[in-house]
Design a protein around this ligand. Structure first.
Ligand code: BDR
Ligand code: CA
Length: 313
């Protein structure tokens, strides 16, 4: 089977770690590398967390490149209060022993994309700082990648589209709106999974799914996933699957999502509307490329995909 080539840019993070587990358990994917960014936690911690998950699943041959320390124009406001003091829901994974690679994420992404034109999909599940820096350093990358799938934004396309950082802004977009603006303007082929989809209760995990993950003789991935999900349910009443949904969109499971093309604008700066994403109804700026925004999801198909991949059943 010809594998789909992926690079993940992430800020683990409970749900980023669940997305990584899903990628590692998906045979059709070849994960070329992970680039880390500051977001849910400082970047040193998100790098260590990515490596802790890789080492736990004997996948430490996948390189981890440490990226941006902070958003382009703002200070970092982490989400450790949400993801736990270790960023991984107190999952008690051993500390990482592998070092991060001595290459910058933007150089890694650009080199990989140039060597495999139109073959690599980038999945970004944190603030878009590294992706913006990649476009700054290597503008040609926008045309070398097969596409970018990002988790971020709230586009008013379903009844669940509310902010989770401010009343209207989603965390990743709010954290680095200047980076998101550059990415939206890049002309890249972009698919976005926003809170419209990931706050839909049919895409979340509850006690019933946790029990499926906790079954006896579950594989290592399910054991770790159950700790992460358990933490989320105990602290937040359910486990929202923002980042695994973005990874699922990379798996070409067309029955799971519906997308609509829209031009998107984002509010930059530090005002009350910081990070708010607007899906424009009419094409207002002819040069702004539309991006494909998820507006429909089959929640039970998504949960089935996640649980069967993670448990192997
Ligand atoms: C996004 O914010 C982060 O806390 C999650 O990891 C996810 O990427 C959801 O708004
Ligand atoms: Ca994330």
């Amino acid at each position: 089977m010809k594998k789909q080539l992926l690079i993940m840019d992430m800020d683990p993070g409970v749900d980023d770690a669940l997305a990584l587990l899903l990628a590692l358990r998906s045979p059709e994917i070849q994960l070329l590398g992970i680039t880390t960014t500051a977001g849910n936690a400082p970047v040193e911690m998100t790098s260590l967390n990515a490596m802790r998950v890789l080492e736990y699943l004997n996948a430490s041959d996948i390189p981890v490149m440490q990226g941006a320390q902070k958003p382009l124009k703002h200070r970092l406001v982490d989400a450790l209060h949400y993801h736990g003091p270790d960023g991984l829901g107190e999952s008690e994974l051993p500390p990482a022993i592998s070092p991060v690679q001595a290459i910058q994420p933007w150089d890694f992404i650009a080199h990989a994309a140039a060597s495999n034109p139109d073959k690599i999909t980038l999945v970004a599940t944190g603030p878009l700082t590294n992706i913006a820096l990649t476009l700054q350093h290597h503008p040609e990358v926008a045309h070398h990648l097969a596409g970018l799938i990002l988790m971020g934004g709230a586009y008013g396309l379903t009844p669940y589209s509310k902010g989770n950082q401010t009343p209207y802004a989603e965390f990743n977009m709010w954290q680095d709106p200047e980076a998101a603006h550059m990415v939206f303007a890049s002309g890249m082929n972009i698919h976005a999974i926003g809170l419209d989809i990931s706050l839909d209760p049919t895409t979340c995990l509850y006690e019933q799914q946790l029990q499926q993950l906790q079954q006896k003789s579950a594989p290592a991935a399910a054991q770790l996933a159950s700790k992460l999900v358990d933490y989320a349910i105990k602290h937040h009443g359910r486990c929202e699957m923002h980042d695994p949904l973005a990874l699922a969109a990379a798996l070409e499971n067309m029955e799971i999502f519906g997308f609509t093309p829209k031009q998107v604008k984002i509010t930059r700066g530090n005002g009350a509307k910081r990070g708010v994403t607007y899906a424009l109804i009419q094409k207002k700026t002819p040069s702004l490329h539309p991006i494909y925004i998820a507006n429909k999801v089959n929640g039970s198909r998504f949960l089935e995909l996640f649980l069967t991949r993670i448990t192997g059943k």
